[in-house]
Design a protein around this ligand. Sequence first.
Ligand code: UT7
Length: 340
Amino acid sequence: MSTASPSSHQAAITAVGHYLPETRLTNGDLEEMVETNDEWIRTRTGIRERRILGDDGKATAFMATEAAQEALDKCGIGPEEVDLIVVATVTPDMLFPATACLVQNNLGARNAWGFDLSAACSGFIYALTTGAQFIETGQAETALVIGADKMSSIVDYTDRTTCILFGDAAGAVVLEADEEAGLQEAVHHVDGEHRDLLRMRAGGSLNPPTHETVDAHMHYLKQEGRQVFKLAVTHMADVCEEVLERNGLDADDVDYLVPHQANERIIDATAKRMGLSSDQVMLNIDRYGNTTAATIPLCLVDWEEDLERGDELIVTAFGGGLTWGAGHLTWAYDGSNGGA
Ligand code: UT7
């Protein structure tokens, strides 16, 4: 499905915020836990360390709230001005109430409504498109779009094929109307045929929690890495090319590719197919690993000071579902000012 802005204004990102837990889990730490080594992890994934929230009663809603509060502070918007909160996550604090309700209460956003959106690693771009629709139609003036995941809560730290990949974090953006800048177009796909390649088998209505499901490690994420890798490389590059073509852009027009951070080799392959050089690609997987719905806003935070109004960005992601997509985003503010 593709969406282009139907109205005279777009939904622009006017501030970004993030939360990273302090505790670092390095490749060296993982060497002590499973049969792996730093060199394998770095050369196969690009990851050096990830952040872990720990087990002191804090979870995804806490990180999402911190990230959202930072974004609101940067653009000077009070919580009561927020109309909509969309939280992309596959690790909600609980199945219900939605994380968005917890964040709404934590922030004191008493005029907002909101909901959670489940699209795994594509969650942030799906949520961005969703939030943008409400801004474009005038249904909301101010929306918070948040990507937050406590992946350590569903990672099996005895499975070396997955435990080296994931970390915990949250990122948030504020969306407001802008006549020129903002999300110009987005293209999204799902492919449920390949649902078994990346999934958490139990905890839902198909396999409710039992002693057996726990004993069988069914509450952990499982991935067929090699097959997901191949599909990710093809689909991410294809959808990015599609967005470039539909928007009449070529490689020289793109200031930054903002890719989901699952594997540096997938990102390199996508950039190469698009004809981009490495200085056009946002890459921070070495420091945070794969934080699922948080990777793209974390990149925006890390590059915020370099971004200027009018910069052309391609955001793209691929993940469980399968889900994938890409969007063309025109940046709305000079990042050195730290928020519009
Ligand atoms: O964000 C959501 C979407 N997810 C992705 O995009 C992830 C896509 N997949 C990947 O990034 C990669 O497939 C992985 C990083 C997960 C794995 O890399 P790979 O190059 O595809 O490795 P592989 O699964 O083909 O395994 C190669 C070898 C195997 O040994 P043999 O069979 O060749 O003897 C594995 O058993 O590496 C072994 N291996 C490891 N060795 C050391 C697997 N995990 C590890 C490990 N340390 N942690």
